[in-house]
Design a protein around this ligand. Structure first.
Ligand code: ADE
Length: 191
């Protein structure tokens, strides 16, 4: 068994999960939501988000890696194609477009790439940006920039959870909200 970690309990589309708290900076912890390997949550979250994204949406756009199964299942639920924005460039991506972002989980700058083959798929189309957690908004900003460069029209932004500053994320289609835990926060283990 791994180390016993403090958790934060959430409900996701009717399913209960205990998210482990990890320190991302001195005295700052976040409740890690990781859908990879959790088929039940992916299916439930995709079903609920599919119901809530605008009917006129034409393409789903998602950054790698943790939200990939969600984008796949949203594609099945809605019948729309999905595009994954990559975090490393491969020669087969041709004349890809790129934009910079800063990861909250690693603290490192990151580049997002839109594969050459996907530029045509989003150009002139109404797209919905989807992520697992929208926290600082840095990834969202890079996604918007890439869609702008590619000539796509962003009509909605969605996530399973928003995080941190609730007021900043009122426009996001989300199934829940995660607090950021600071050293003397009383929120940990809240049921
Ligand atoms: N709480 C969280 N869980 C997983 N990934 C994240 N990225 C930003 N916040 C996160």
């Amino acid at each position: 068994m791994g180390p016993k970690r403090e958790t934060y309990t959430v409900e996701i589309a009717g399913l209960v999960r205990h998210l482990p708290l990890f320190e991302i900076a001195p005295g700052v912890r976040i409740a890690i939501f990781n859908m990879l390997g959790d088929t039940e949550v992916v299916l439930a979250a995709a079903k609920e988000l599919a119901r809530r994204i605008p009917k006129e949406a034409e393409v789903i756009v998602t950054p790698e890696a943790k939200a990939i199964p969600l984008a796949y299942q949203l594609s099945i639920e809605t019948g729309l194609p999905y595009v994954i924005l990559r975090k490393s460039y491969k020669p087969y991506m041709g004349e890809a477009l790129s934009a910079e972002t800063l990861s909250i989980t690693t603290g490192q700058p990151q580049t997002l790439y839109l594969d050459e083959k996907d530029i045509e798929l989003v150009r002139g189309r109404k797209v919905v940006l989807v992520d697992d957690v929208i926290s600082t908004g840095s990834t969202l900003q890079a996604m918007r920039l890439l869609m702008n460069k590619a000539g796509a029209i962003v009509i909605a932004e969605a996530a399973v959870f928003t995080e941190g500053e609730r007021a900043k994320w009122r426009h996001i289609i989300a199934l829940g909200h995660l607090p950021i835990f600071t050293a003397n926060s009383k929120n940990a283990k809240k049921e």
